[in-house]
Design a protein around this ligand. Structure first.
Ligand code: WA2
Length: 268
């Protein structure tokens, strides 16, 4: 009898964990797909029309009205690639100076990625060089060499919440899927991305499922297996004795590995 009760408890944990993992992964996937579509929107209306048929007001309006398509993103933005030789004319044309993510005028760099379009929810990143932040910079470089969606490791976003940044490259011309890295870099126009505010938006998502049983859910970036990075939830003390279940998560960046660990809050 005791065994049967224990098994039932474990089965409950497994199915609840799998339900939460599937829900998170699905909401993540739809958000990524919509950011992909926004990257195509910028390529189509900013680069394939002369003069560009896109401006900050249009981008802000469109992204506000379609935000329901990106339930886990606190906001999206477009950062243009600017090489140093073009900095002066870029700044003159925009009427502002490229700033670092610490809000200082940018020192001389080989190239910059200043935000020219942003959703109003993250308007604080307008004009900032996204290459001035370590995590954002790595994402930018990896997205343009692979041509794919990439994710950062979890870190404190500018909102001060724990989350990850998603980046898609935007190219000036169509590239074959097997294009060489140097051709990809040369054709790079900019970067469309957004912030997964995991701390607040995943909280909301999981709260909807809370129900009667209190589950403790943690999500880790386990890209480096020996150094798991907390992405969601609070750190569980090592050697925690209560039964747990682990579900793998696929957020669409094959370079990164994630998993979800579930436990009962109070052993029932
Ligand atoms: N967006 C919002 N909050 C952030 C952030 C970010 N990056 N980085 C730190 N906090 C425009 O990859 C291009 C968005 C970066 C895209």
């Amino acid at each position: 009898l005791r065994h049967a009760a224990l098994r039932k408890e474990e089965e409950g944990l497994v199915s609840m964990c799998e339900e939460r993992a599937r829900m998170l992964q699905d909401q993540f996937a739809v958000s990524v797909n919509h950011v992909h579509a926004l990257a195509i929107l910028v390529a189509t209306f900013h680069y394939e029309k002369h003069p560009p048929a896109l401006d900050q007001d249009t981008f802000a309006d469109y992204t506000a009205r379609t935000s329901f398509e990106r339930p886990l993103l606190s906001g999206v933005a477009y950062a243009q690639r600017v090489v140093h030789a073009d900095r002066e004319s870029f700044e003159r044309q925009q009427g502002w100076i490229i700033k670092t993510m610490k809000h200082e005028p940018s020192p001389v760099q080989d190239e910059y990625a200043p935000v020219i379009y942003s959703q109003e929810t993250i308007s604080y990143i307008e004009g900032l060089d996204m290459m001035s932040g370590e995590e954002d910079r790595e994402n930018i470089l990896r997205s343009r060499t692979t041509g794919k969606a990439v994710l950062t490791r979890p870190f404190r976003l500018m909102s001060n919440h724990l989350g990850v940044v998603l980046t898609f490259p935007v190219y000036l011309s169509d590239l074959p899927p097997d294009a060489k890295v140097e051709d990809r870099v040369a054709a790079t126009a900019g970067y469309l991305g957004g912030a997964f505010d995991v701390e607040s938006l995943v909280e909301n998502l999981l709260r909807q499922l809370a129900g009667l049983v209190e589950l403790v859910v943690n999500v880790y970036d386990v890209t480096n297996q020996s150094n798991p990075l907390l992405m969601y939830g609070s750190e569980v003390p090592l050697g925690h004795p209560s039964p747990s279940h682990i579900c793998m998560l696929d957020f669409g960046d094959p370079f990164r590995k994630h998993h979800m660990i579930c436990r009962y809050r109070n052993k029932p």
